[in-house]
Ligand binder design. Structure first.
Ligand SMILES: O=C(O)CCC(=O)C(=O)O
Ligand SMILES: [Fe+2]
Length: 239
């Protein structure tokens, strides 16, 4: 973990042109480097963040497109991503057990797309004017964050109903210290059908949401300026 944080900080300490070069090795653009979010030109609000994100499984297909600088990036982040996927799968099994689902409920296309994202929030001269990340829920099956010793992540913890719920969170900036974090995400495949687990739905516990394809969810999230696109998908989808 310490080594991963070290290479993450070293990566973002490089000049922008080096970062750009290290993140454009894949002609298909699987390794993405961006400022603010990946839809910068379409944003209403820009954020005080730089990020690199890339898939990590199968490792031997993706690692060739990862940054080669810092020199230990591939070795360290590769090993980290393998361990984090094991940990995530174990946690998902325990969540299933707790919910009364088969422990392999997520051991299929729902957990096949792990990605690493390295966030960097430089010191911000006017922290009251912007954020590191707007309030959001991660559109993932599970996220494990390697945090920074610098504070900044705020998690909304009240108003929960005791069931599992995507936690709303945001990142604030500060004027003194740069902050680097590493997010490990497990995404479903684009074609995965996301919906209430059949084993948990019955007459006294009816489904609130309908099933939808994960790719449609991501599309609706990106278009989701007023929340309408997502509501239509989640409440009206007949997928
Ligand atoms: O940098 C952080 O503390 C949180 C990052 C985050 O929320 C995300 O990557 O989705
Ligand atoms: Fe997040």
């Amino acid at each position: 973990m310490e080594e991963t944080m070290n290479v993450a900080e070293e990566f973002h300490a490089m000049p922008g042109s080096d970062k750009e070069r290290e993140c454009t090795k894949d002609p298909n653009g699987s390794c993405k480097l961006y400022t603010s979010s990946y839809v910068y030109p379409r944003e209403d609000i820009h954020l005080w963040r730089d990020a690199v994100m890339h898939p990590c499984r199968p490792l031997d297909q993706h690692i060739q497109f990862w940054p080669e600088k810092p020199t230990r990036y591939r070795e360290v982040v590769g090993a980290y991503s393998v361990e984090l996927r094991k940990l995530s799968c174990r946690i998902l099994e325990l969540i299933c057990e707790g919910l009364g689902l088969h422990i392999n409920y997520f051991s299929n296309d729902l957990s096949q797309v792990p990605k690493i994202m390295i966030n960097h929030y430089p010191p911000c001269p006017e922290p009251s004017l912007t954020l590191g990340l707007l309030k959001h829920r991660d559109p993932t099956i599970i996220t494990i964050l390697l945090p920074s010793h610098i504070n900044g992540l705020q998690v909304f913890k009240d108003g929960r109903n005791g069931k599992l719920n995507g936690a709303v969170h945001r990142v604030v900036t500060n004027s003194r210290d740069a902050r680097t974090t590493v997010s490990f995400f497990i995404y479903p495949c684009d074609e995965s059908l996301i919906g209430p687990a059949k084993g948990l739905v019955n007459a006294s516990n009816p489904a609130i949401y309908k099933a939808f394809k994960f790719a449609d969810f991501i599309k609706a999230s990106i278009l989701n300026h007023d929340g309408q696109a997502l509501k239509e998908l989640i409440y009206n989808s007949t997928a």
